[in-house]
Design a binder for this molecule. Structure first.
Ligand SMILES: Cc1cc2nc3c(=O)[nH]c(=O)nc-3n(C[C@H](O)[C@H](O)[C@H](O)COP(=O)(O)OP(=O)(O)OC[C@H]3O[C@@H](n4cnc5c(N)ncnc54)[C@H](O)[C@@H]3O)c2cc1C
Ligand SMILES: *[C@@H]1O[C@H](CO)[C@@H](O)[C@H](O)[C@H]1NC(C)=O
Ligand SMILES: *[C@@H]1O[C@H](CO)[C@@H](O)[C@H](O)[C@H]1NC(C)=O
Ligand SMILES: *[C@@H]1O[C@H](CO)[C@@H](O)[C@H](O)[C@H]1NC(C)=O
Ligand SMILES: *[C@@H]1O[C@H](CO)[C@@H](O)[C@H](O)[C@H]1NC(C)=O
Ligand SMILES: *[C@@H]1O[C@H](CO)[C@@H](O)[C@H](O)[C@H]1NC(C)=O
Ligand SMILES: *[C@@H]1O[C@H](CO)[C@@H](O)[C@H](O)[C@H]1NC(C)=O
Ligand SMILES: *[C@@H]1O[C@H](CO)[C@@H](O)[C@H](O)[C@H]1NC(C)=O
Ligand SMILES: *[C@@H]1O[C@H](CO)[C@@H](O)[C@H](O)[C@H]1NC(C)=O
Length: 486
């Protein structure tokens, strides 16, 4: 199948070269139709979160100023006169895996100029350009004492986070960030610009809630807003001897059948290969302006190296400055709530990583986050998503497994160590009977299969919707980056 396609492509390339000599490349064709929004001016390193993305060099970059620009560009890229033109779509550029939002020698859409925000007349929703970052959204909504569910770091893109799900500070109150999308404006495979909602193309509406970049280029999101004032930020850092007690405190919150919907919590483990030292932390946010919220008393009671409690606005909590990219590896798994399993995972991590110190060093970073049943129960009210999660499964925990390192010549050995270590902790979770099938797409590594982890029903549904709206597989073959359906 693939081989046959490739030889057809080769024939078409040859034909195009003869019949359209004035159009040497896709970039020339794009430039002649779209003018100076098509550029070879390179990205700057800070446009990307990872070195794996920032070192890829596209043949040209399309910087659309309107949804119509995107529509024209997609039409040109899929036209038979430019059969070889593969492309990538960059939102906030925060997915670390190389080639997910950038493309070597192809065409990268930089959605960054489409960053406008506009509150609806009634104030119940906000239109957000798909190239915005969460700083843009929170900064705008704070003035109205409103918020929308989105990322916790301000430089993360609206575009990618919403297509993969989206864990927000507000998720226990309002669900996955994607559950808060009331409408999408999308350029489909045939270049058509369409508004997608619960009443217009409801199948595609549901598929976009977790289906990734498989269905089109989103140009605008319409997000549900809700009243939100300042919130509470509580940070704790502990010595490694406290790790078991910290997991107990975390699990008491995460496993609570009456999960407090104002909780936004992460327990973090950091291991520096150079220092051979672990640090243990809790980032315990509370989406009400309360100092020392009672729900975190377990963390307060443990002797800490440092601890803080303060009140801040959503926008100032998210605000951050761009930093130069590093090499990053992400992977994820989902657990039932069990501090015993967390501790076994920690011991396995230490056993695997303790003596590993590649050139330039590596920092391992593990973040445990509650995945409460109450959060999953919010999806139904807005038409559901495709994540395949059931509130009946009860409270769970998502683990973001990551590594960062400066020296790219150590990458191969770190990938290998990362895979071995990840497999080892997966086995621990499985042996404990606490491993769940869900792999959160936005945390998944390129070797994982998050779309399949949603279950057969969701996966089949996604494939059907893809065949319906993109019968020739533009977003499967011409957009190779990301997790694909067929
Ligand atoms: C520092 C940091 C903090 C994070 N915090 C959170 C968090 O709080 N909660 C959470 O759930 N996740 C979080 N994540 C994970 C994050 O959700 C993903 O990395 C997400 O993909 C980032 O979106 P982006 O637009 O910045 O990424 P990009 O790398 O630009 O895009 C990611 C994927 O989405 C596709 N895409 C982007 N825009 C569009 C579009 N308009 N149309 C079609 N496809 C598009 C891209 O092609 C690519 O495949 C965080 C990641 C980092 C690095
Ligand atoms: C939106 O994009 C424009 C052009 O890239 C930029 O100048 C502006 O600062 C951005 N707006 C916000 C709110 O970030
Ligand atoms: C994309 O291009 C192919 C030929 O390269 C064509 O068969 C197909 O119809 C086009 N798809 C769309 C959605 O226009
Ligand atoms: C989508 O809806 C918005 C808001 O109602 C409107 O401005 C826009 O023109 C619509 N786009 C299309 C392609 O219908
Ligand atoms: C919290 O930090 C304060 C100093 O900021 C310290 O006095 C106190 O002992 C810490 N609490 C615990 C339980 O360690
Ligand atoms: C909210 O927090 C900000 C600081 O981030 C502060 O300037 C502002 O006064 C606070 N607002 C209220 C209502 O407390
Ligand atoms: C990690 O493993 C090393 C080597 O086996 C051991 O010396 C150390 O005590 C372990 N650390 C912790 C916190 O368990
Ligand atoms: C990276 O590691 C390699 C191999 O050990 C070494 O030769 C090189 O100097 C290192 N580069 C940097 C920038 O430290
Ligand atoms: C483009 O695709 C959409 C969705 O499949 C369809 O409704 C529309 O008619 C198509 N438009 C053209 C011009 O083929």
């Amino acid at each position: 199948m693939r081989l046959a396609e490739r030889s057809t492509t080769t024939a078409l390339v040859a034909a195009a070269a003869v019949s359209a000599a004035s159009y040497d490349t896709c970039c020339d064709r794009l430039a002649s139709a779209l003018g100076d929004i098509v550029t070879t001016t390179p990205f700057t390193a800070n446009d990307w979160f990872s070195i794996q993305e920032s070192t890829l060099v596209p043949a040209c970059i399309v910087r659309p100023r309107s949804a119509q620009d995107v529509s024209k560009a997609v039409t040109i890229l899929n036209s038979s006169r430019a059969p070889g033109c593969q492309f990538a779509v960059k939102g906030g550029g925060h997915t670390p895996a190389g080639g997910f939002a950038n493309i070597q020698g192809g065409v990268t859409f930089d959605m960054g100029h489409l960053n406008a925000t506009a509150l609806s007349e009634k104030g119940t929703s906000v239109a957000v350009g798909a190239g915005a970052v969460w700083n843009d959204v929170y900064g705008y909504l704070d003035d109205f004492n409103l918020a929308a569910a989105g990322g916790r770091n301000g430089l993360v893109g609206v575009g990618g986070l919403l297509l993969g799900g989206g864990i927000s500070h507000f998720s226990p109150r309002v669900g996955w960030a994607c559950d808060g999308v009331v409408g999408y404006e999308v350029v489909l495979a045939n270049g058509t610009l369409a508004n997608i909602s619960a009443t217009s193309h409801p199948d595609l509406y549901r598929a976009l809630k977790g289906g990734g970049n498989n269905f089109g280029v989103v140009t605008r999101y319409e997000l549900k807003t809700f009243p939100q004032g300042n919130m509470s930020v509580n940070t704790f850092s502990y010595g490694v001897s406290q790790v078991g007690a910290v997991f107990d405190a975390f699990n008491d919150v995460a496993a609570d059948p009456n999960f407090d919907p104002y909780v936004s919590l992460q327990a973090g483990l950091l291991y520096s290969s150079a220092a051979k030292a672990w640090s243990v932390s809790a980032s315990a946010y509370y989406t009400k302006p309360v100092l020392h919220p009672e729900v975190y008393s377990g963390f307060e009671a443990l002797p800490s190296i440092s601890n803080t409690s303060s009140i801040t606005s959503v926008a100032s909590l998210a605000a951050e400055n761009p930093t130069p990219p590093l090499n990053w590896l992400f992977a994820t798994l989902t657990l039932g709530t069990s501090s015993e399993t967390m501790l076994d995972i920690f011991k396995t991590l230490n056993g695997s990583l303790y003596d590993f110190n590649p050139a330039g060093g590596v920092t391992w970073n593990f973040a445990f986050e509650p995945l409460p049943s109450v959060m999953l129960s919010k999806s139904a009210a807005t038409g559901g998503n495709v994540l395949g999660l059931d509130p009946e499964d009860g409270n769970g925990i998502v683990l973001l497994f990551s590594a960062l390192w400066p020296n790219s010549s150590s990458s191969d050995s770190i990938y290998q160590k990362g895979r071995d270590t990840f497999t080892a902790i997966e086995k621990v979770a499985e042996r404990k009977g606490e491993l769940r099938k869900f792999e959160y797409l936005n945390y998944a590594g390129p070797h994982q299969s998050p779309l399949a982890s949603y279950g057969a029903e969701s996966l089949n549904f996604l494939r059907q919707v893809s065949k319906k709206y993109d019968p020739t597989g533009v977003f499967q073959h011409k957009v190779p980056g990301g997790f694909k359906l067929w």
